[in-house]
Design a protein around this ligand. Structure first.
Ligand SMILES: [Mg+2]
Length: 101
């Protein structure tokens, strides 16, 4: 399944389950909650550099939740997540450290 198929499936799952697909603000709040869960998982870890960090499973789970929300929001906004990612990755390749391009 490619990224666009995944974003469509995430959106359809939200529709099937009666979850929000119209209010962008609600999605942003849910994403912030997931970011908070990621931060909590990190806070509960040993906070060592990534090669030695524990709580990896918990952190990856929260990253996954964030990805699901990002893909669902792309579908809500009617944009192709892969195109968005490709454009930003290409932009970042020439971006300077101060944020300019
Ligand atoms: Mg979560």
């Amino acid at each position: 399944m490619d990224l666009q198929a995944l974003q469509r499936e995430i959106y359809q799952n939200k529709v099937r389950r009666g979850f929000n697909v119209t209010d962008v603000g609600k999605e942003i709040v849910f994403m912030m909650e997931e970011l908070g869960e990621l931060a909590r998982a990190y806070k509960q870890s040993n906070r060592l550099p990534v090669a030695e960090i524990n709580c990896r499973v918990e952190m990856v789970d929260e990253v996954g939740d964030l990805l699901v929300y990002c893909l669902g929001l792309c579908e809500m906004l009617d944009v192709n997540a892969e195109e968005v990612l490709v454009e930003i990755v290409e932009r970042n390749q020439t971006r300077t450290r101060d944020g300019g391009s």
